[in-house]
Design a protein around this ligand. Structure first.
Ligand code: HEM
Length: 493
């Protein structure tokens, strides 16, 4: 019976590892690439001579696509736009299906469209002066913490003399930027500790699972049997920090709502919610508004800082790259003013460093799982409805055919005749198609602002002053990150 079960598959399902009892192929996959799921699937793709690896997670049919062309095909086909209904999504949202990340169909479509349409007016997804100057002000405070020393007790956890603690040192400009988009206000420096709690919670959540949902998704009962070891406790606690923050913010907005005018995005949403209350069926609710804010905040409080921290790790390994960034900043901006988004087009090397970091350290290496919403075909195989579909972006970002020397950190690969050539950037760190990262523009713009201003202000070196010889270990979670740690900064003035 076990043998039959191990090899039981849907007709013409992609080849891949057999199933063990209860968890299916999950432990075999982990064994194949301990702490590195993308590598495990590259090995399986070779072993089974296929671009699409098929296997079962518990009884969930699952595929991982290991080919750049097929990855793009999946992202652009509507029948792959679904999301899995996993415990990881539910525990975030009062055990309901809410938010943007883990919803699909009509609900997701309406809520994603509404938020993007209205948040755009406040600078999300485009360039907007008020948002840019708000973020710039937050960056000034971030730099001031190091130049003039900590002003409030919580800052001492992130700044100690000439040392800064990453990734959370970078957190506030990104988080306060999102808060400004939804409320037109920011949290003052005296209360930054609240934002660092949000950032710590978001990263804890991201590190407590993996792109397949981990064992907890396959056997949810683990949450009661071993809450700590299954990762459930950290997922729940990490999420709670964000839920608490936004539940209060949304409640305050509802309590002070005025029919006559809109103060910010929250009011626009509340107005729509009140209008739709009269209808029998609506996708708008207070819980959903909390989850929307939480979903937009999660990556802003974790992914962007994790990426900049890995970029700093690369700079420590390649001091010549750091010198070139400094040379470009001094030539284009000088030292008398901060770099702005206007400078971005004249600073191809600095921009290329961020793009190269996004290529080499794929933040979500297997993507956020998609779901086949109907029986369909992919790469000649049959994919049954409700199959979990993951995309191995590492096969695109580290392809020898596309990049020639993918293992080298070489920002110059995106530059031609002194100009950034977008056509040379074949990466897809933010995905593509209808489910493309909703925060791509915000992430790219704000990362440029934070990174360029930080590099203008400081030279970075290792905390112990010794040259770095190998990259920090990459931690596999829902997103890739490196362990938190201290880095030395020396003011450049
Ligand atoms: C380094 C920065 C970031 C990277 C690499 C990144 C990457 C991604 C990826 C790969 C997805 C999944 C796409 C798919 O399902 O195919 C995603 C989804 C999403 N991202 Fe980002 N992201 C980043 C930062 C941000 C930021 C700063 C925000 C918000 C401020 C954000 C908001 C979202 C949202 C709301 C979704 C869900 C979209 C949906 O399911 O419809 N992301 N992101």
């Amino acid at each position: 019976h076990l043998y039959k079960n191990a090899y039981k598959r849907h007709d013409n399902f992609p080849p891949g590892p057999p199933s063990l009892p209860i968890y299916g192929a999950y432990w075999l996959v982990l064994l194949k690439g301990l702490n590195n799921l993308p590598t495990a699937f590259i090995k399986y793709a070779k072993e089974y001579n296929t671009k699409v690896v098929g296997f079962y997670l518990s009884n969930i049919p699952s595929v991982v696509v290991n080919d750049p062309a097929l990855i793009k095909e999946v992202l652009n086909r509507e029948e792959f736009d679904g999301r899995m209904d996993l415990i990881m999504g539910r525990l975030r949202s009062f055990w309901k299906k809410l938010g943007i990340f883990f919803t699909d169909g009509y609900f997701w479509h309406v809520q994603r469209r509404f938020t993007l349409r209205h948040m755009r007016d406040y600078g999300f997804g485009k360039r907007e002066d008020t948002l840019e100057s708000t973020v710039a002000q937050e960056i000034k405070e971030m730099i001031d913490m190091s130049i003039n020393g900590p002003k409030y007790p919580a800052e001492k956890e992130l700044v100690n003399g000439d040392l800064i603690h990453l990734p959370h040192y970078f957190a506030v400009p990104f988080i306060n930027g999102v808060i400004h988009i939804v409320t037109r206000s920011t949290v003052p420096r005296s209360e930054y500790h609240k934002l660092w709690d949000v950032a710590r919670g978001a990263l804890l959540f991201q590190r407590s699972s993996n792109d397949l949902g981990a064992a907890l998704s396959l056997t949810p009962c683990l949450k009661d049997i071993m809450p700590k070891y299954s990762g459930y406790k950290d997922l729940r606690d990490g999420n709670q920090a964000l839920l608490d923050f936004f539940t209060k913010l949304v409640r305050d907005a509802i309590d002070t709502f005025n029919e006559d005018y809109d103060r910010h995005f929250l009011d626009i949403y509340i107005r729509k919610m009140n209008e739709e209350k009269k209808l029998n069926k609506t996708t708008y609710s207070e819980d959903q508004l909390v989850l929307l804010c939480t979903d937009y905040m999660f990556p802003a409080a974790s992914a962007v800082q994790a990426l900049l921290t890995m970029l700093v790790d690369r700079l420590l390994l390649h001091p010549e790259v750091q010198d070139k960034v400094h040379e470009e900043i001094d030539r284009v901006v000088g030292r008398d003013r901060m770099p702005t988004l206007d400078d971005r087009k004249n600073m191809p090397y600095t921009e290329a460093c961020i793009r190269e970091a996004l290529r080499m350290d794929t933040i979500v290496p297997l993507g956020v799982s998609h779901r086949a919403t109907s029986d369909t075909k992919l790469g000649g195989y049959d994919i049954p409805q409700d199959t979990m579909v993951n995309l191995n972006f590492v096969t695109l970002h580290m392809s020898k055919e596309i990049w020639g020397d993918p293992e080298n950190f070489r920002p110059e690969r995106f530059i031609e005749n002194g100009q950034l050539q977008l056509s040379k950037d074949k990466t897809l760190p933010f995905g593509a198609g209808r489910r493309i990262c909703a925060g791509e523009t915000y992430a790219r713009q704000t990362m440029f602002q934070v990174f360029s201003c930080f590099m203008q202000a400081f030279k970075v070196s290792t905390a112990d002053g010794k040259p770095k010889t190998k990259p920090a270990v990459r931690l596999q979670g829902i997103i890739t990150s490196i362990p938190d740690g201290w880095v030395k900064v020396t003011p450049r003035v």
